[in-house]
Structures are given as structure tokens and as C-alpha cells.
Write a protein that binds this ligand. Structure first.
Ligand code: HEC
Ligand code: HEC
Ligand code: HEC
Ligand code: HEC
Ligand code: HEC
Length: 189
């Protein structure tokens, strides 16, 4: 009896345990990588919101929804109430807008999936760049042409520093552009 229990533990439970441990490690590795520097990373979002339609065809200003870009580190994702400024009336009967309305009424924030992310140990600030005139498209590509947002720039240390050391060339045509910092402490504080 004892022996067979030990057998069972070694032959069945241990392999299963190891398999699950290794698998979860691999999955965690790939998912966190994808979130960090996945050029082409374009997760499916909880509501099929299209930038191409809203920012492209309708021409709504990025800052109408991303209110943080000129005043803070974070661009910020708009609350559902911003969508409801229009969708309390517009396309109310469409399935995606019914979902949106339910989220609004329940008061629970939509679980939008993050596309661009630098690691915690990196200091990045939107307002500094946007207020100097660096266009969103320089780092995010033509979002107004995307149905689903996709990461187009690497956001690696080399990509930050490459612009910081050659800003007047990279951003030719923007008046008064100076190089960004390349000392370690500017981005790692
Ligand atoms: C009507 C509101 C609205 C407008 C206008 C808008 N956005 Fe967005 N944006 C969103 C929402 C909601 C999300 C989150 C869902 C998604 O990724 O599509 C988002 C996500 C993003 C992301 C990805 C964020 C991440 O997780 O990394 C970028 C980049 C972005 N927007 C840039 C822009 C730019 C550039 C413009 C102007 C050309 C713009 N947006 C206009 C609402 C808007
Ligand atoms: C300034 C007004 C306005 C704002 C703000 C706005 N929308 Fe829209 N949205 C529209 C209009 C108008 C349409 C229909 C456009 C068309 O089909 O020609 C639309 C269409 C849509 C559709 C497609 C509906 C369908 O199936 O036909 C979705 C989904 C959507 N919006 C989601 C959102 C979300 C999510 C937000 C907030 C992040 C948002 N909208 C903010 C005006 C707005
Ligand atoms: C110099 C490059 C650069 C420029 C210019 C830039 N972004 Fe970003 N953006 C980033 C980086 C890097 C991240 C990831 C930041 C993080 O992880 O904290 C990001 C993240 C975001 C996010 C998601 C997270 C957040 O910060 O709330 C949105 C939305 C966004 N950007 C929108 C915009 C819009 C809109 C503009 C133009 C008005 C813009 N960005 C200009 C580099 C840039
Ligand atoms: C397309 C060019 C460009 C890219 C890409 C870029 N930057 Fe910058 N950055 C600038 C410019 C221009 C300034 C402002 C220089 C000045 O006039 O002082 C700046 C300034 C800064 C500053 C100093 C301002 C402050 O808040 O102390 C930091 C930090 C910074 N950038 C971090 C980053 C990081 C991190 C990345 C990469 C994720 C990045 N930048 C990518 C152009 C860029
Ligand atoms: C302009 C901003 C910027 C400056 C200046 C900068 N870094 Fe970084 N650093 C980054 C970013 C962004 C990452 C994250 C890269 C990634 O996720 O791939 C990073 C990542 C790192 C890492 C993690 C390992 C790696 O390569 O992914 C180390 C170590 C590091 N930096 C050291 C330094 C040192 C030392 C200096 C000064 C010589 C420096 N950094 C200057 C932006 C910067």
C-alpha cells in the first residue's frame, strides 16, 4: 500500500507538477515579453473600439480622450463616461454599444488591455515630449489609421537614446527641438 502510494506520487503527481510549473513559467515569460517590447503586439480589446473610425474618419482630437498627454507622465485611457458623451444617444442598439452602456451603468471600468509598456525601472513622461512638439506618431505610428491599436516602435533603451542624441535630425522641421538627456539617471531614477 505504502509503496504504491509513493509510486503514484513519483510517477503521476510529480511529472504533472513539473509540467504545470514549467508551462506556467514559459507562458508568463512570453506574455510579459509581449507586453514589454512586442512590436506588432495588438491584443483584442473588451470593446471593438476603432481609432480609425473615431480619430481618423471623425477626426476626434487625441487629447479629447487621452487627457494626460500634456500634463502628466501618463497619457491615460478615457473613462466610459467620455464615450457616453456620444453613445448615450449614438448607435445605442448596436451590440458593442449595449456592452458599453452596461459597463457604464455598473460603474466597473472596462478591462482595456495595455499595449505599450516600459519596465517599472524606466522613467518616461508624456507631457515632456508632447509639449516639446514630439508627435504621437513618432512613437506610436499612425494610430488614426488603426482599427486595433498595435505597437509599431520598439521602445527599447537604444530607441530612446537614438532619438535623444539626434533629436534635431530625427524630428527635423519641429522648431527649437533640442537633444534629450542620455545620462542614466534621467531615465533610471
Ligand atoms: C474617442 C476616444 C479616443 C480618441 C479620440 C483617441 N483614443 Fe487612443 N485610445 C482610446 C481607448 C478607449 C483606448 C484603449 C483601447 C485600445 O487600445 O484601443 C486607446 C488606446 C490608445 C493607445 C494604446 C494604449 C496602450 O495601451 O498602450 C494609443 C497609443 C493611443 N490610444 C493613441 C491615440 C492617438 C495617437 C490618438 C489620436 C490620433 C487617439 N489615441 C485618439 C480612446 C481614444
Ligand atoms: C464625439 C462622439 C463620440 C465619442 C466620444 C465616442 N464615439 Fe464611438 N462612435 C461615434 C459615432 C458617431 C459612431 C458611428 C460612426 C459610423 O458608424 O459612421 C461611433 C461608433 C462606435 C462603435 C461602433 C458601433 C457599431 O457597431 O456600429 C463603437 C464600438 C464605439 N463607437 C465605441 C466607442 C467607445 C468605446 C468610446 C469611448 C472610448 C467612443 N466610442 C467614443 C461617436 C463617438
Ligand atoms: C517619445 C515617445 C512617445 C510619444 C511622443 C508619445 N508616446 Fe504614448 N507612450 C510612449 C511610451 C514609452 C509608453 C509606455 C509608457 C509606460 O509604460 O509608462 C506610451 C504609452 C501610451 C499610452 C498608454 C498608457 C498611458 O500612458 O496612459 C497611451 C494611451 C499613449 N501612449 C498615447 C499617446 C498619445 C495620444 C500621444 C500624443 C499626444 C503619445 N502617446 C505620444 C511613448 C510615446
Ligand atoms: C522621437 C524622439 C524621442 C524619443 C523616441 C524619446 N524621446 Fe525622450 N525626449 C525627447 C526630447 C526632444 C526631449 C526634450 C529635450 C529638451 O528640449 O529638453 C526628451 C526628454 C526626455 C526626458 C527628460 C525630461 C524629464 O522628464 O526629465 C526623459 C526622462 C525622456 N525624454 C525619456 C525618454 C524615454 C524613457 C524614452 C524611450 C521609451 C524616450 N524618452 C524616447 C525626444 C525623444
Ligand atoms: C533615454 C532613456 C534612457 C537612458 C538615458 C538610459 N536608459 Fe537604460 N533603459 C531605458 C529603457 C527604456 C529600458 C528598457 C528596455 C527594454 O525594455 O527593452 C532600459 C533598460 C536598461 C537596463 C536593463 C537591461 C536591458 O538592457 O534591458 C539596464 C541595465 C540599463 N537600462 C542601464 C542603463 C545605464 C547604465 C544607462 C547610462 C549609461 C542607461 N540605462 C541610460 C532607457 C534609458
Amino acid at each position: 500500500m505504502k509503496k504504491s502510494l509513493l509510486d503514484y506520487t513519483l510517477k503521476i503527481r510529480l511529472p504533472i507538477f513539473l509540467f504545470v510549473a514549467v508551462l506556467s513559467f514559459i507562458l508568463t515569460y512570453f506574455f510579459s515579453r509581449a507586453e514589454r517590447d512586442g512590436v506588432g503586439y495588438a491584443p483584442q480589446q473588451p470593446i471593438a473600439f476603432s481609432h480609425k473610425l473615431h480619430a481618423g474618419t471623425m477626426g476626434i482630437d487625441c487629447k479629447y480622450c487621452h487627457t494626460g498627454v500634456t500634463v502628466s507622465r501618463h497619457a491615460t485611457i478615457p473613462a466610459v463616461s467620455v464615450c457616453m458623451n456620444c453613445h448615450s444617444v449614438v448607435r445605442k442598439a448596436k451590440p458593442e454599444i449595449i456592452k458599453l452602456t452596461k459597463a457604464f451603468e455598473s460603474g466597473v471600468a472596462l478591462p482595456w488591455k495595455r499595449v505599450h509598456k516600459v519596465p517599472e525601472y524606466v522613467y518616461f513622461n508624456h507631457s515632456v515630449h508632447v509639449n516639446k512638439g514630439v508627435p504621437c506618431a513618432q512613437c506610436h505610428g499612425k494610430v488614426e489609421a488603426m482599427d486595433v491599436v498595435s505597437q509599431v516602435s520598439e521602445l527599447t533603451m537604444a530607441s530612446c537614446i537614438n532619438c535623444h542624441r539626434n533629436a534635431p535630425q530625427v524630428l527635423a522641421g519641429i522648431p527649437g527641438i533640442k537633444n534629450g538627456p542620455d545620462n542614466c539617471a534621467a531615465c533610471h531614477r
